[in-house]
Design a protein around this ligand. Structure first.
Ligand code: ADP
Ligand code: MG
Length: 250
């Protein structure tokens, strides 16, 4: 479903990704864990086509097609979704309007009928219920004045609406209190049940109690240095990155 091959990226003459490879099959949940600055967000950005990272090489295949040269919206239309670590505010753009336009852009790409505001209202309310979000979030500008946790939920609202095939969640758990974390995890598990491919980027084991990964990868200095099953996240919690990464590179 998603195949990353020997991905390298450089930002301002500094090598950030150093030949990273990863294969994710349909229905699998992979977690990437790693210390601050190990290149996790850079990986998410290169896969999704974020303009922050211009200097890269390697391959990223989505259902067998190389997407690295495509525009971000083309990648999204093909079924890729990134929930940002730091979602941006868009003052002046109404959230409901933004969501409807994003939805219709995808409908158009897939030669499907666009949705009118009335039908959209029903559709988005159904998604709000899954996330236990209030309707007032639809009337406000995108993420503007939202708390950290509300922004993260708004990312998941987009996810449920756009129904992508491959999802990258970049520290979606940071900024969420324990109740919000559980609700967001529930929404992601609801989504996962539809045989989706999910890459969870996180610092903490905590989220993985709720979204159980099939594989856990430890990233250090732009590379995956160790992979294992969910128990690797527990070992990591026990030993810390220094202990584990130290062992892995020996
Ligand atoms: P992580 O998400 O694992 O904490 P990042 O991918 O955000 O790590 O960052 C990896 C490294 O790349 C860090 O040293 C960071 O300072 C650097 N970096 C990321 N984005 C930029 C940028 N736009 N300009 C300069 N350096 C950057
Ligand atoms: Mg990051």
């Amino acid at each position: 479903m998603l195949e990353v091959k020997d991905l390298k990226a450089t930002i301002e003459d500094k090598s950030i990704l150093n030949g990273l490879s990863l294969t994710m099959k349909p229905g699998e949940v992979h977690a990437i864990m790693g210390p601050n600055g190990s290149g996790k967000s850079t990986l998410a950005k290169v896969i999704s086509g974020h303009p922050d990272v211009e200097d890269f090489s390697g391959d990223v295949l989505l259902e067998g097609d190389n997407i690295l040269e495509l525009e971000p919206d083309e990648r999204a239309n093909k079924g890729l979704f990134l929930a940002f670590q730091y979602p941006v505010d868009i003052p002046g753009v109404n959230n409901a309007e933004f969501l409807r336009m994003a939805y219709n852009a995808k409908q158009k790409f897939n030669n499907k009928e666009e949705i009118d505001p009335f039908d959209f209202n029903d559709l988005i309310k159904e998604k709000l219920t899954i996330l236990n979000m209030k309707e007032k979030f639809l009337d406000r500008p995108v993420n503007h004045g939202f708390s950290g946790g509300e922004k993260k939920r708004n990312e998941i609202l987009q996810l449920l609406l756009l129904d992508p095939k491959v999802v990258i969640l970049d520290e979606t758990d940071s900024g969420l209190d324990i109740d919000s974390l559980k609700q967001v995890a529930e929404a992601i598990n609801y989504f996962k049940a539809k045989d989706k491919t999910i890459l969870v980027i996180t610092h903490y084991q905590r989220l993985l109690n709720y979204i159980v990964p099939d594989y856990v990868h430890i990233m250090s200095e732009g590379k995956i240095v160790q992979s294992g099953d969910k128990s690797l996240a527990l070992t990591l919690e026990d030993k810390g990155y220094d202990g584990l990464v130290g062992e892995a590179v020996k």
